[in-house]
Design a protein around this ligand. Structure first.
Ligand code: KG4
Ligand code: ZN
Length: 339
């Protein structure tokens, strides 16, 4: 096969990113401009501020991705960009940059689903083996996705309320911890040897769905009750109690699904898959089970454009193309591209 070089662009939330990937599996360059600092004082992502940052950064990150790769636009085969889901104003900046770049350089354009991107971050580390089960856990998503082959996605479970990362960020806020709270709660949980006992939400016995809003409320109630009684709340114990509950439920449901669907590989993806407690729990569980388990290195777990370029390459090879009418799709569903 001829070498394929795909430029990926990602701007769905609070990172502006561009990356060049070779053959869908090798990172040539990977540039991420994070806006986290600008959103911290608001305790979350402010869409208007995000869009403004993307406008300022998008051309720079694309130029930087080309410079780091020591490549010119004519060396590329296509441009892949996050089409959705995400903040519409933020998505549109990346999409318009991608359209302009593709048009100016005569390159095909490919719209990529953000979650397909997170899943395909794994293709940058080792070949994906099918049938495969992906646990996708991010600020906006908590999903179990079954894949029988490349480009085939079957949603077997999802959150009915908050996403796992959203629950992390909300609990962090209750504990007066800065946005994004996930990494802080993770660190605090590891510093604690005691845990407050919070509920595990299993839903119906055979369900692969998740629910985290009750757990979040349990943390809030625990804090209020303690405060009313004048008992001091130890944030480390709360962090560990919360994390133990999230990790136990995510691990158990992923294991049950992996067994039922008889998969050859289990992967984790999305910002929360950077969580040390979750990684350890999944690694141990699947080592015992004898099913290969993979999770990308931390910087490929959170939002980046290499994952978009990787997914875009597999779409490119499957003949998928978008046209210049592409629009930001904030509620885009993950549909299979497999023919
Ligand atoms: O995938 P991502 O970068 O953006 C979305 O697509 O949402 O995920 C961001 C989410 C945030 O909620 C953040 O708190 C969470 O991932 N996160 C973590 C950790 N690192 C990032 N949650 C738990 N533990 C971590 N170590
Ligand atoms: Zn993401």
């Amino acid at each position: 096969m001829e070498n394929r070089y795909i430029l990926g662009i990602e701007s769905s939330c609070d990172e502006t990113a561009a990356s060049i990937v070779k053959n869908g599996c090798e990172i040539v360059s990977n540039v991420v401009a994070s806006q986290i600092e600008s959103h911290k004082r608001f305790g979350g992502v402010v869409p208007e501020i995000a869009s403004r940052h993307h406008v300022e950064q998008v051309t720079l990150v694309i130029e930087e991705a080309l410079a780091q790769a020591n490549m010119k636009p004519e060396d590329l085969d296509a441009v892949a960009v996050t089409e959705g889901p995400g903040l519409v104003g933020a998505l549109l900046i990346g999409i318009n940059a991608a359209k302009a770049f593709a048009f100016a350089n005569g390159l095909p354009l490919i719209g990529v689903h953000h979650i397909a991107g997170h899943i395909y971050a794994n293709a940058l580390m080792q070949p994906m083996e099918f049938p495969l089960l992906a646990l996708v856990v991010s600020g906006g998503h908590t999903e179990l996705v079954f894949m029988k082959e490349h480009g085939s996605f079957e949603l077997i479970g999802e959150t009915r309320d908050d996403a796992a990362g959203e629950a992390y960020d909300k609990v962090a806020r209750v504990l007066n911890i800065q946005y994004p709270g996930g990494p802080h709660i993770d660190r605090m949980a590891h510093e604690s040897d005691e845990a407050v006992k919070f509920p595990r939400v299993w839903l119906e016995e055979d369900s692969y769905d998740f629910s985290f809003s009750g757990l979040k409320s349990a943390v809030i109630n625990y804090k209020h009750n303690a405060e009313q009684r004048g008992i001091e709340v130890n944030p480390l114990h709360v962090a560990k109690g919360f994390q133990d509950s999230v990790v136990e439920v995510l691990t158990a449901k992923t294991l049950r699904a992996a067994r039922q669907f008889n998969v050859k590989q289990v992967i984790a993806a999305g910002g929360v898959s950077a969580n040390k407690g979750l990684r350890k729990s999944l690694e141990e569980t699947f080592a015992n089970e004898g099913i290969p388990f993979y999770v990308p290195p931390l910087k490929l777990c959170t939002d980046n454009a290499a994952m978009i370029a990787a997914a875009g390459t597999f779409m490119f090879e499957a003949g998928k193309r978008s046209d210049m009418a592409m629009n930001g799709r904030p509620g885009m569903e993950l549909v299979s591209w497999h023919k």
